[in-house]
Design a protein around this ligand. Sequence first.
Ligand SMILES: Nc1ncnc2c1ncn2[C@@H]1O[C@H](COP(=O)(O)OP(=O)(O)OP(=O)(O)O)[C@@H](O)[C@H]1O
Ligand SMILES: [Mg+2]
Length: 261
Amino acid sequence: MGKITNALKKAAEERIQRIEKVSQIRERDKLIVKKIGESKVDPSIITYFDPKALISEQYKILRTNVLSMNKGKPPKTFVITSSIHSEGKTITSLNLAMSLAQAVHKPRVLLVDADLRKGKVAKYLGTEPTIGLSEVLSGEAEAKDALFHVDIENLALIQSGKVPEYPSELLASDSFKRFLNQMRGEFDHIIIDTPPIISVTDSGIVGAQTDGVILVIQAGRTQRGIVKRAEELLFQSHSKILGHVLTNIEYHLPEYIYRYL
Ligand SMILES: Nc1ncnc2c1ncn2[C@@H]1O[C@H](COP(=O)(O)OP(=O)(O)OP(=O)(O)O)[C@@H](O)[C@H]1O
Ligand SMILES: [Mg+2]
């Protein structure tokens, strides 16, 4: 009996030591987590604030899926779109871009806000909307002058810029082709955030000039028939659908089931 009691006591002590060790590691991790209140970046960009958070892990899964497409020949240039508005395209684009840039092999990543009508990349990052894609495409600025950075090395961004008179025509123009070709030479991955395909044709126009499109679907809101219509429109525009991302998913399992460390 005494032996068992001693063994249990020893096990309990060891467990306490392990817990203390884990909490020390967590404390250390917190130091690299950026504080939301001190930043202008939107809290939804969780991969920026806390690359180790559970939600960041979901974006890493998406990153892995993208990187393993085509038997290890991942898409270099791809579009993020959705069927209708507010399904999570821009948040997905930003988190995926940051997650890709944080990959071990440190690829050079560019995020382009090609929602020339209601681009929100600048808003989510808390930056001033200055020179953007529309100025580059209309010849008012050079691409190099439109690039900007947040404090993640190897990630560059281009915001949408001022709303042009004819957004679809600008994206279908030779200047967009030239812009993409130039960027392909400078980056390993180019992620292009676009407007919803059912509302406007822009993502189909851009999608056809890239390796494909990731279709974001807001769970619990966007109906099956609407997604089917979006896929038809992408198909008609000769855009390849690379995959789908479901947003608005709720976790019903407790965190400890997901947490490995
Ligand atoms: N994975 C997600 N789960 C739950 N909510 C999300 C998710 N991603 C984004 N959202 C929320 O959805 C809303 C719309 O996000 P976002 O601006 O990215 O959508 P969008 O599709 O780009 O919209 P728009 O059509 O206006 O460009 C935001 O409030 C955002 O916080
Ligand atoms: Mg958007």
